[in-house]
Structures are given as structure tokens and as C-alpha cells.
Write a protein that binds this ligand. Structure first.
Ligand code: GUN
Length: 283
């Protein structure tokens, strides 16, 4: 029987800390962190994510601007907008919600955002920091995952960690962060042949594949910590990558979906927005 790591509760604590920090920044600098979120098109899931980000910013006392752009925006127009925001002293964080439409090169968009305003931690210089283990903005989801792991007070050093998924946003960076904490890290993916064998050795298992219930109880080592990054819609219900009900009987700690990694991603984004503010204002 496992303990449930509630991202909902942990993120509340972080958002309260952020709120207090924002109040102090307002005193000291006479301004508050300002996040600009750009969303292109009408995808309902993306819209609901960005609205949640905006709401969290406002609740923490930050300034937030949501810029909604039509699907027809050209790459040049988007890059020009980013350039203007890069040069706007009133803006501390810029986030372009991904995915962008096919006619826009997402790498060009990510590269265009000034490193100090890259609240997503997607800029190549921030990616390099994760790999080198040097200071930089961490991508929000991996940062939230590490905060959840640390909240269990379990030592990561020397443990076997299996990350299932190799995306640039989650799988690769979370593997690097676990490595920095001295875990023995394996990255598995859709072509991995001995998934169950690897999973059964994992003391820490991070599932970030986007396949409903792919991690079943027979794959999980007794007492493992299981972090479920999956956000899958099945019959209008949100389900993770982990068969929660069965796996929770074996894991020592497990994150639920919803109410697990999702809220932590938003809390980490707020922390990143403060970091960007300080890089810009506290020189
Ligand atoms: N799309 C899905 N997750 C993310 C994220 O963390 N940041 C951005 N910009 N887009 C996303």
C-alpha cells in the first residue's frame, strides 16, 4: 500500500511561497514578475493549460498576459513578436505554448526567446545547463518531478531510476536531473525490448510516454517510487501512463493523475518566472 504524492497539495504550498516572494519583490523593485504566454490556434487542451498558467500567475500576485494568435500567423510574425517581447523591459518571462502549427519551426521559436526570459527552460543554453549541471532555468515538468521525489525524503543517490520516454521536454531532462542526484539512470522508449525486466529493477520509475495504463503492476518492483507524467484522455476522463489502482498496492509512493505532476508543472513555472525576474532586475 503506497503513499500518494499529492501534486495538488504540494503545489499549493509552493504557490503560497511564490506569492510571499512576489510580495517581497514588489516592495524591493516596485514591480512584479510579468509572464507573457502566446498560444496559437484553438486546441481546447492547450487553451485550458495556458488558462491554468495565467490563473496561477494572477493568484500569486504576478502579472500575466495571454496573447491568442490565429492559426494563420506566419513564422516571421511570431518571431517579430518574440523579438519585441525580448526587448520589452516590462516582460520577464515568455512562453510559447507547444505544439505550434506545422508551418512554424518550433526550434526557431525556442531559439528566438532570450535566455533570461525562457521560463520553459527550452532554450539550447538552458538545455546545456541541465546537461552540464550548471545553474540555469530547469524545464517545469522535470523540476516539478524532482520536487515531488524530494518531498518523499527518500535518498535518490545510488538508486536505480528508469525513465520511460525520451522527449526533450520531459524524458531527457528528468534523466539528467536524476543523474545529477547520483541515481543510476536508464532511459527506455518505444523501441526498448526488455521493458519489464528494466522496470522490475527500478527503485524510481518515471513514466512519460503518453500511453494509457502502460505501466502495469507486474512491471513494478515492490516499494518503488512511481511518478506518472501521462496525461491521456480516455472516454473523456484523464488517465496516466500507470495503472494507478493496481500499482499503488506495490509502490511505496505514487503520483495520481490528475492532481499529480500537472499542478507541479504550473508551480515550477511560477518559480521559474521569479528566477527570470531576478536575472533581469537584480543584476
Ligand atoms: N506543451 C505541453 N507542455 C508544455 C510546456 O511545458 N511548455 C510549453 N511551452 N508548451 C507545452
Amino acid at each position: 500500500m503506497s503513499n500518494i504524492i499529492s501534486g495538488k497539495e504540494l503545489s499549493k504550498t509552493i504557490r503560497q511561497e511564490v506569492k510571499e516572494e512576489v510580495a517581497k519583490l514588489k516592495e524591493k523593485f516596485n514591480k512584479v514578475p510579468h509572464l507573457v504566454v502566446i498560444i496559437i490556434g484553438e486546441d481546447p487542451a492547450s487553451l485550458s493549460y495556458v488558462k491554468a498558467k495565467e490563473r496561477a500567475c494572477l493568484r500569486a500576485g504576478m502579472k500575466s498576459t495571454l496573447m491568442r494568435k490565429e492559426e494563420s500567423i506566419t513564422e516571421e510574425e511570431l518571431l517579430n513578436l518574440i523579438h519585441e517581447l525580448n526587448n520589452d523591459d516590462d516582460v520577464h518571462g515568455i512562453l510559447v505554448q507547444l505544439p505550434v502549427p506545422g508551418h512554424i519551426d518550433d526550434n526557431k521559436v525556442i531559439n528566438a526567446i532570450k535566455q533570461e526570459k525562457d521560463v520553459d527552460g527550452f532554450h539550447p543554453l538552458n538545455v546545456a545547463s541541465v546537461h552540464l549541471g550548471t545553474p540555469g532555468i530547469l524545464p517545469a515538468t522535470p523540476k516539478g518531478i524532482m520536487t515531488m521525489l524530494k518531498s518523499t525524503n527518500t535518498e535518490i543517490k545510488g538508486k536505480n531510476a528508469l525513465v520511460i520516454g525520451r522527449s526533450n521536454i520531459v524524458g531527457k531532462p528528468v534523466a539528467m536531473l536524476l543523474l545529477k542526484e547520483h541515481a543510476t539512470v536508464t532511459i527506455a522508449h518505444s523501441r526498448t525490448q526488455n521493458m519489464k525486466e528494466l522496470a522490475l529493477q527500478a527503485d524510481i520509475l518515471v513514466a512519460a510516454v503518453g500511453r494509457p495504463n502502460m505501466v502495469t503492476a507486474d512491471m513494478v518492483k515492490e516499494g518503488a517510487i512511481v511518478i506518472d507524467v501521462g496525461v491521456n484522455r480516455v472516454d473523456d476522463k484523464l488517465v496516466g501512463d500507470v495503472d494507478f489502482e493496481a500499482v499503488k498496492e506495490k509502490a511505496s509512493f505514487i503520483t495520481p493523475v490528475p492532481g499529480g505532476v500537472g499542478p507541479m508543472t504550473i508551480a515550477s513555472l511560477l518559480q521559474n518566472t521569479i528566477e527570470c525576474f531576478l536575472m533581469i532586475e537584480d543584476k
